[in-house]
Design a protein around this ligand. Structure first.
Ligand code: HEM
Length: 159
């Protein structure tokens, strides 16, 4: 009886070994940048911090962003700020691989007539980078997202 059991065990282990001819298991899919940013909650927190940073910057004595953002920040334009917030969340959500879909204007159309300068773009970038840092976004994700933002510079500046 014992021999039968041993033979059976040997057969089973041989069958297990034959598994080595099976295809290698698929490598784990790395999480998208969207997921690594914390999905919709993480992206929303970054956008909220960013808009707070922009507003704070417009209140400094040597502000660079007041010229362009003032129309949004005066005369009860909360709805417009909310729309910009939602658009930014969707835009970042889409660009980082999430299921969110951006439904706003193209970057050239959105910034047409604003004549945004490279200097203003830089200050906008500082406000965005601070939002990433303040929300604990780690360096690799920070670099990836800033690369996406920077790649849009030519569509934003000088329109
Ligand atoms: C790559 C960088 C930027 C991105 C991704 C971005 C994204 C956006 C988006 C998604 C909108 C809304 C579009 C829509 O209404 O359909 C918008 C509008 C706007 N952006 Fe930008 N933007 C960038 C750079 C800048 C810079 C550098 C400034 C100013 C210094 C700026 C100022 C504005 C203003 C004032 C609006 C208009 C909002 C309104 O009129 O309601 N943006 N931007």
């Amino acid at each position: 009886m014992r021999n039968v059991l041993v033979a059976g065990a040997l057969l089973l282990s041989a069958a297990a070994c034959s598994k080595s001819s099976d295809p290698a298991p698929a490598a784990a899919t790395p999480n998208t940048l969207y997921v690594r940013l914390g999905s919709v909650n993480g992206v929303s927190k970054v956008v909220d911090s960013f808009l707070a940073n922009v507003i704070a910057e417009t209140q400094t004595s040597n502000t660079s962003l007041k010229r362009t953002f003032n129309p949004l920040l005066t005369s009860n334009n909360a709805q417009r700020v909310t729309l910009l917030r939602d658009n930014l969340i969707d835009q970042i959500g889409q660009a980082t691989g999430g299921p969110l879909v951006y439904k706003g204007l193209t970057m050239t159309a959105a910034h047409k007539g604003m004549a945004i300068t490279t200097q203003e773009f830089g200050v906008f970038g500082v406000a965005f980078t601070k939002a990433l840092t303040d929300n604990g976004v780690k360096d690799p994700e920070k670099t990836e997202l800033l690369t996406i933002i920077t790649s849009l510079q030519s569509q934003v500046v000088g329109q």
